[in-house]
Ligand binder design. Structure first.
Ligand SMILES: Cc1cc2nc3c(=O)[nH]c(=O)nc-3n(C[C@H](O)[C@H](O)[C@H](O)COP(=O)(O)O)c2cc1C
Length: 156
């Protein structure tokens, strides 16, 4: 392996385990969540930009009342971001659902993959149907999204 290969590997994080954390929380944000300019839309746009800077990927699922979020990346970065998110006054009842290390990312292409369960094109997820043909979700993403969906639909 050449020096530049090693530098590339170190930068990409290849070979390093990916730390994955998933929590559920109850939203305190009022009003519609469907538009990019809504409070939830703005939160996600800002979060996606920051996650990209931190090398964190994942998904945020919202059903109108509850959030479920998966964060994946470097362990310290993920745990530090979660500590910040936990203190955010825009939600409450934050419940850490699982935390583990994996070989690969389930959401490699998304800083925040926004999944709005109220959207008709995502009903396959809410109903445990197969995803539509031509979708780009990894198997890991489908697995995580199904688990996250259970977290928001069984509050308590
Ligand atoms: C449900 C929920 C999910 C959030 N997810 C993220 C996230 O993935 N990344 C992020 O940077 N901030 C997220 N935030 C916002 C953080 O709590 C915090 O406001 C933000 O990191 C501060 O960013 P700043 O340093 O740019 O001000 C989330 C907040 C809530 C309520």
């Amino acid at each position: 392996m050449t020096e530049s290969d090693e530098a590339l590997l170190a930068h990409s994080g290849a070979g390093q385990p990916v730390h994955v954390l998933c929590y559920r929380s109850r939203s305190l944000i009022e009003g519609p969540a469907d538009r990019e300019t809504s409070p939830v839309g703005r939160l996600i746009a800002r979060a996606a930009a920051k996650n990209q800077r931190l090398g964190i990927t994942g998904a945020l699922l919202f059903d109108g009342g509850y959030f479920a979020q998966t964060l994946e990346g470097d362990r310290q970065a993920v745990q530090a971001l979660f500590a910040e998110i936990e203190r955010d006054p825009r939600h409450t009842d934050v419940l850490l659902a699982w935390e583990l290390d994996r070989e690969t990312r389930a959401f490699p292409d998304w800083g925040v993959c926004r999944i709005d369960l109220l959207r008709p094109d995502l009903r396959w997820l809410a109903r445990d149907h197969a995803p539509p043909p031509g979708h780009t979700y990894t198997d890991g993403a489908i697995h995580d999204l199904r688990s996250m969906r259970l977290l928001v639909s069984v509050p308590g």
